[in-house]
Write a protein that binds this ligand. Structure first.
Ligand SMILES: NC(=O)c1ccc[n+]([C@@H]2O[C@H](COP(=O)([O-])OP(=O)(O)OC[C@H]3O[C@@H](n4cnc5c(N)ncnc54)[C@H](OP(=O)(O)O)[C@@H]3O)[C@@H](O)[C@H]2O)c1
Length: 406
């Protein structure tokens, strides 16, 4: 099969022919139809973590059809995941020091309980861009910040010191108080899922949610209407956006802040929007050195976590190890169970996929086009120089490539 394989010395990735993988007894073989790009895919191709001796398939998000089921998959799951079923999920790509599988290939193998069934009303093209970012948003909101989730998971299990160990804290937003959340980078893929999950969680628990965001003005109209329905928005490019936001909120801070950028000055500015006793989630680590804020400078330490912990295996990452966590895996399995059960009739409880920019070409165009658009590691380093319409800057869209040609 064709796969996009990391080339460590050249800091790139090229399409190579590899054997089709075989599923273990608890895995599925999936024929990949579409893959979606995440900034982390491009980051660890230009800054490889993997040893150069290994053949590592890059890429995380995929959607496709079940081709083969491992022999030990439980009978109940065999029925719902029969051959041909539309599924989506994510793998780790080359985003680790230790060897882990990647998704940018014509076939992949994946644990049967770490995929979700794509509902009939959502095409595979859209579904490809959901798994990694939506799980990241769910981990941030429910597992790390402690907002009550609209699905079951065991929050008492505290075996992971890096985030999912956070003890559930539902004190905010109780007693009739609205759930007040600020999302910096509201038009990012991550921010779009975070806002929807705030709305879904509030709806499921019968609470009011008040949502503030920062995005470019061109995205405000889209963010003011469902499924996001922001109550107030500011332009993050204005130097005094923090003051403007506090003004919109009548001087009060929020209970929960989500910094979907976590780069440069964002952490030190976003934390100013949090009311005393509130919490903040960040999505790039202090160890990754993307933040300008120095240790000890901030009034409290924001909570960071890597989506990889949902895979439930040890991941040697950038400057630290994400330990194997049974509770983080259980959280991911239950969140994907929640996605599998969504029907269009659920209305306000449905998570909508990001808008898709279907990129021309297949696996071979991911590095020259898609990774150029994502850049080698920070929002400021994204290539905005190309003139083709599909090379416009990414704003509230997911880049998707078709792997299986019709
Ligand atoms: N911890 C984890 O496990 C994890 C998982 C997923 C993602 N992430 C990280 O989260 C970040 C977001 O990922 P993504 O895929 O959601 O990104 P994305 O959709 O590619 O981000 C593009 C958006 O970023 C916004 N943006 C760019 N610079 C900004 C700034 N200085 N302030 C505010 N907004 C800005 C743009 O907004 P406008 O168009 O409105 O200008 C654009 O809509 C990345 O750094 C990614 O690596 C971490």
């Amino acid at each position: 099969m064709e796969a996009l394989v990391l080339d460590v010395p050249k800091r790139t990735a090229t399409v190579k022919t590899l054997p089709i993988p075989s599923p273990s007894p608890t895995q599925l073989l999936v024929r990949t139809h579409f893959v979606a790009l995440n900034p982390v895919d491009a980051l660890y191709v230009s800054h490889p973590l993997a040893p150069k001796s290994q053949t590592r398939i890059v890429g995380s998000d995929f959607a496709g059809t079940v081709q083969q089921l491992g022999s030990s998959i439980p009978a109940s799951a065999r029925e719902s995941l029969k051959i041909g079923t539309h599924v989506a999920g994510f793998l780790q790509g080359a985003c680790s020091v230790n060897e882990r599988p990647g998704a940018f290939a014509k076939f992949i193998v994946v644990d049967w309980d770490l995929v979700w069934r794509v509902p009939g009303w959502m095409g595979l093209e859209s579904a490809a861009g959901v798994s990694l970012c939506a799980l990241t948003a769910a981990q941030g909101l429910f597992a790390r910040l402690g907002v009550e989730a609209p699905f079951e998971w065991d929050s008492r299990n505290t075996d992971n010191e890096r985030g999912v160990s956070e003890v559930k804290d539902n004190t905010h937003g109780k007693n009739g108080d609205p759930l007040k959340v600020f999302i910096y980078g509201a038009s990012t893929s991550l921010g779009q899922y975070a806002a929807q999950l705030v709305r879904i969680a509030a709806h499921a628990s019968g609470r009011e949610a008040v949502l503030f965001g920062a995005a470019s003005p061109a995205r405000h109209a889209m963010l003011k209407v469902p499924p996001y329905s922001y109550n107030g928005l500011v332009d993050y490019r204005e130097a005094n956006w923090v003051e403007k936001l506090l003004e919109v909120q009548n001087g009060e801070g929020v209970q929960y802040a989500f910094d979907c950028i976590s780069e440069g000055d964002s952490v030190r500015n976003v934390i100013k929007t949090v009311a005393p006793g509130g919490k903040m989630a960040v999505f790039r680590s202090r160890e990754g050195k993307a933040w300008a804020a120095e240790p000890g400078e901030l009034p409290f330490e924001p909570v960071y976590g890597a989506v990889w912990e949902g895979l439930g295996v040890e991941v040697q990452y950038q400057g630290f190890t994400v330990p194997a966590s049974a509770s983080a895996r259980e959280f991911a399995v239950n969140f994907y169970g929640f996605l599998s059960s969504m029907t269009e009739e659920d209305g306000p409880l449905v998570l909508r996929p990001n808008l898709v920019r279907l990129m021309p070409g297949g696996l071979e165009r991911i590095v020259p086009d898609g990774f150029a658009l994502l850049g080698p590691g920070s929002m400021d380093n994204r290539d905005t120089s190309r003139s083709e319409a599909y090379m416009r800057p990414i704003s509230a869209e997911k880049l998707v490539y078709q792997v299986l040609k019709q």
